[in-house]
Each structure stands twice: as C-alpha cells, then as structure tokens.
Design a protein around this ligand. Structure first.
Ligand SMILES: Nc1ncnc2c1ncn2[C@@H]1O[C@H](COP(=O)(O)OP(=O)(O)O)[C@@H](O)[C@H]1O
Ligand SMILES: [Mg+2]
Length: 308
C-alpha cells in the first residue's frame, strides 16, 4: 500500500480534509519552476546539540541562495528561535486558532529576509483541534503554499510523541548529531522509533561541533554501523558537518545567526556548504511535497494518538 492510501486508512474520519487535500493537489501546488515546497525537519535525540542554530543558519544560507524560506518553530520545550534571532513578537499560532489573527499576520520576518512562524507556545492547542478548526487551518495554509520554497522545522529533541509527529509529517528529516556518546545513542533511539513505529526510511545526518572532517566522518560511520546492524532497512545519508566554532556562542550572545555576523568563519562556510548540498540533493516531488500535506499528516497523527 502506498503512503497516501495508508494514511487514508489510518485517518478514517477527516474525509472533508481529505477531499480538500485532493482538490488542492489536483489544482497544483507546484511552483512555476516545477518544484514543490520542501518540508525539512531538523531534529535530534539529545537536546543542546545545535538544532536551533542549524535551522537559523540554514534558513539564512538558503535565503541567500534565492530560496523563500519559512521556519516553523515547533520546539515545545523552550522555543528559543525568537531569542536566538532577537525577534520580537506578540502573536503565535494560538491567536490563529482563536480567530484573532490570520496565519499570515503572525508570521514575522527575521533579519536576513526569511520568515518565522511562531508555533511553539501553541503546539499543545494544535493537538486538540476539532474538524472545523483543521479545515480552517488547511485553508490558511493555502496562502503559504505559493509563498515558500522551503519549510524548515525546528522540532525540539527527544522521542516524545510531538517530536515524532513533526518528523513523521516532514518529507525530509535532518538528524543533528555531535561527538558526545549520548548524542549518538539518542540519535539511534530516535531513528529506531521513527523507523519501527512511523515507517520512516530515510534520514539525513548532520554532524555538528566536530573538530575536523575526519572526526565528523567517524561519528557518521559509527551511527551508520549500528543503524545497519540493528535496524537494517533505513538509509542514512551523510548531509555534511559543521565545525565547533567559538563564533557561534558569540553570535548567540548577540542574538544573531553566525552566518549573518561572521560570514567568513568556518562554521558559516559549512552552513553554506550544507545548504548547497541540500539544494543539490534530489527533491522527490511526490504527494508529500507540500505544506498542506505536511500539515494534514501532522494533525492526523495527533488525532490518531490523542483522538477519540
Ligand atoms: N558548531 C558549534 N560550535 C560551537 N558552539 C555551538 C555549535 N553549535 C551549537 N553551539 C552552541 O550549543 C548551544 C546549543 O545550541 P542550540 O542551537 O540552542 O541547540 P538545540 O536547539 O539543539 O538545543 C548554543 O549555546 C550554541 O552556542
Ligand atoms: Mg533549540
């Protein structure tokens, strides 16, 4: 059974959403250049490995490569994207659900030209949507569909249900790993759950805070070995590595992306390389390649677990 029909099976109710989604796909969400929106989650088993920095800097690097980027800050814990980027905002997705604001009105522009959708403080509410709210949000998402090329999601760490759902729903998953043993074992645990419980098959691995290329390579091979040995089926691809770089904490203290303030430092150059590598990797344009489908998968997974 293909993924779409499996999903339909899984959902059971939600026919209205399904119909809408089909209609949306039939009328085409594909950009003029023929590409869909890439929905990429950035995740990790262990916290503090650098996800928020990765998301912010990749967003900037992709923007500099002429892509229109939206960040979805979905870290339920301390969503610190706004702190990291020095953003000031009063509204989040909760205000969309109560009807006070439209989705478009809560999106904020970050320095550097990409956009941020503050969602972290409304995630819990999102898990409790009724059918009409879901349809409403799908409508709102129509607007985003044509405005962006890439949706980058900062998921928060761990294997809690919410983190899993965002990863399950995203078309591409970037797992951030560092040299710490706990980061490696937790990354393995995350991949294991996503593989066995959520049928995910491909993961892109990004090594952060490495001392050099050889060390990054070694960490990747270690992870690859255990995944091959114990999980067998998923494929993990090496996306690249970011060096440990003192300029990152320095930029964090200035509430800016390192690529914005220290574009020539080693970490910044690596972020640009990783962004290039993402762009050159094949975009499997299929049913999953759009924001609405991402959103539908996400709310369906919530509904399946939390629901009735
Ligand atoms: N490549 C790096 N070199 C040096 N410090 C880093 C690097 N990446 C992240 N950090 C530091 O690690 C800390 C955690 O980063 P953060 O992006 O908030 O992680 P997460 O979102 O995974 O919790 C930050 O204080 C940041 O300065
Ligand atoms: Mg974070």
């Amino acid at each position: 059974m293909d993924q779409a029909s499996r999903l339909r099976d899984m959902v059971g109710n939600g026919k209205g959403v399904e119909k809408k989604l089909m209609a949306a796909n039939a009328t085409g969400n594909v950009h003029q250049d023929g590409s869909g929106v890439r929905v990429i989650s950035v995740t990790s088993g262990k916290g503090g490995v650098g996800k928020t920095n990765v998301v912010a800097n990749l967003a900037l690097a992709l923007t500099q490569a002429d892509k229109k980027v939206l960040i979805l800050d979905a870290d339920l814990g301390l969503g610190n994207m706004d702190v990291l980027l020095g953003l000031n905002h009063h509204y989040n997705i909760q205000h969309v659900l109560t009807g006070e604001k439209s989705l478009e009105e809560i999106i904020i522009e970050a320095p550097g030209g990409f956009q941020v959708l503050p969602a972290a403080s409304g995630i819990q509410e999102l898990t409790e949507l009724d059918q009409s709210q879901r349809l409403f949000l799908l409508d709102e998402l129509d607007i985003l569909q044509d405005r962006f090329d890439v949706l980058l999601i900062d998921t928060g760490a761990g294997i809690s249900a919410n983190v899993m759902y965002f990863n399950f729903a995203a078309m591409e998953k970037v797992v951030v790993v560092t040299n710490e043993p706990a980061s490696l074992t937790d990354a393995y645990a995350l991949i294991k759950v996503l593989t066995t419980k959520y049928q995910q098959k491909t993961f892109k691995i990004l090594i952060n805070q490495a001392r050099n290329a050889a060390e990054a390579d070694r960490i990747f091979r270690q992870l690859s070995k255990v995944v091959d040995k114990f999980l067998g089926s998923p494929s993990i691809d090496y996306l690249g590595w970011i060096p440990y770089d003192e300029q990152i904490p320095k930029a964090v203290r200035q509430q800016q992306a390192v690529l914005a303030v220290y574009p020539d430092t080693a970490a910044s150059k690596s972020f640009v390389r990783v962004a290039e590598s993402l762009l050159s990797s094949v975009n499997h344009l299929d049913f999953e390649g759009d924001i609405k489908f991402f959103w539908k998968k996400l709310v369906d997974s919530w509904q399946t677990d939390y629901g009735n």
